[in-house]
Design a protein around this ligand. Structure first.
Ligand code: PMV
Length: 315
């Protein structure tokens, strides 16, 4: 029997520009390559079509029995449609090391890994653009109106400077940098946070457009700081971005506390990341401040702190 085909995809974190990215301002996201979703596919003996299993989520079903809006079924159907193929007699199994519901792209990474594995099984290595387009459609189930930044960074597996409806720009990282990602332990809903910002924007668009413009300018400047290896400047820009996210109404006292604790313990900058109203904060740290900032984040209530490095090269 042939050995399974395996594909994987990374998690992600948004460095700056969340929410305003929905309104066509730039944002920056980076992949977390050491946290991954995995998919494997192997031929099945029977003739029942495609079976999809996610053992960690307690799911195991046949594609032809699955509802239209099941994310894994939608991934398989869109991939088959794209390749103009019919479902093979095979079993597609997915598994993820990326925390679920933590704004780290777990759902999108599972989609990317599954679409790639199925594509390869059917004889086509999907390109980042192809897999990103499939993932964007699946993300709509979770997010309603996603900007497209998550599917893009996860499919490209490179830091991206992203503006909605334009091709993603991959840029140079002059100097590697360390990030801590701290979970507040408060569940957040991207769909609800995005809808709440939209309501405020509709009620007061002149003001929110200014907030979004300032955030976009920060993302633009942050790209330059990263390209120049100016980490101190990048930290300051992250701090300023957090203030604008407070103005957008998506922070919480608990997130502000984590951000302040990280800065006081020596982080170059800290902000909430992703949709806010809970979820995670990120802190930009130097190698020597990883430990004290991690300890300060725990003391300020973080339920979990991850450490990742943004590298200069991504293959
Ligand atoms: O909560 P996350 O990490 O999936 O990020 C959402 C980012 C937003 O800008 C708030 C929404 C979007 O679609 O870009």
């Amino acid at each position: 029997m042939a050995s399974p085909i395996e594909r994987s995809a990374p998690g992600k974190v948004i460095l700056c520009g969340e929410h305003s990215v929905v309104y066509n301002r730039p944002a920056i996201a980076v992949p977390i390559t050491d946290m991954r979703a995995h998919a494997s596919i192997v031929a099945a003996a029977g003739k029942e079509g495609l079976r999809i299993a996610a053992p960690n989520l307690g799911q195991d079903f046949l594609l032809h029995d699955a509802p239209e809006n099941h994310p894994l079924a939608k991934t398989a159907r869109l991939t088959l449609q794209h390749l103009q193929a019919s479902a093979p007699d095979a079993t597609l199994t997915v598994q993820s090391d990326i925390p679920i519901g933590a704004g780290m792209g777990s759902g999108a990474a599972i989609t990317v890994a599954a679409a790639r594995a199925l594509g390869t099984y059917l004889g086509t290595e999907l390109t980042p653009d192809e897999v990103s387009a499939i993932t964007y459609e699946v993300e709509k189930i979770h997010h309603g109106t996603p900007s497209g930044i998550d599917n893009t960074v996860i499919s490209w597996e490179k830091p991206v400077y992203f503006i909605k409806d334009t091709p993603p720009e991959v840029f140079e990282i002059a100097r590697p940098f360390e990030l801590l990602i701290a979970n507040s332990g408060i569940a957040s809903s991207t769909r609800a946070a995005v809808a709440a910002v939209r309501q405020r924007w509709v009620a007061n668009s002149a003001y929110y457009d200014i907030v979004f413009n300032c955030t976009g300018a920060i993302a633009h400047a942050a790209r330059a700081a990263i390209e120049q290896g100016a980490l101190q400047a990048l930290g300051t820009l992250l701090n300023e971005n957090h203030e604008l996210l407070i103005k957008m109404g998506v922070s919480l006292p608990q997130l502000d506390m984590l951000v302040r604790a990280a800065r006081s313990a020596g982080a170059l900058g800290a902000k909430l990341t992703g949709s806010g109203q809970g979820g995670n904060v990120i802190a930009l740290v130097m190698p020597e401040t990883v430990d004290p900032v991690t300890a300060a984040l725990h003391a300020a209530g973080a339920t979990k702190v991850w450490h990742t490095c943004v590298k200069t090269r991504y293959t």
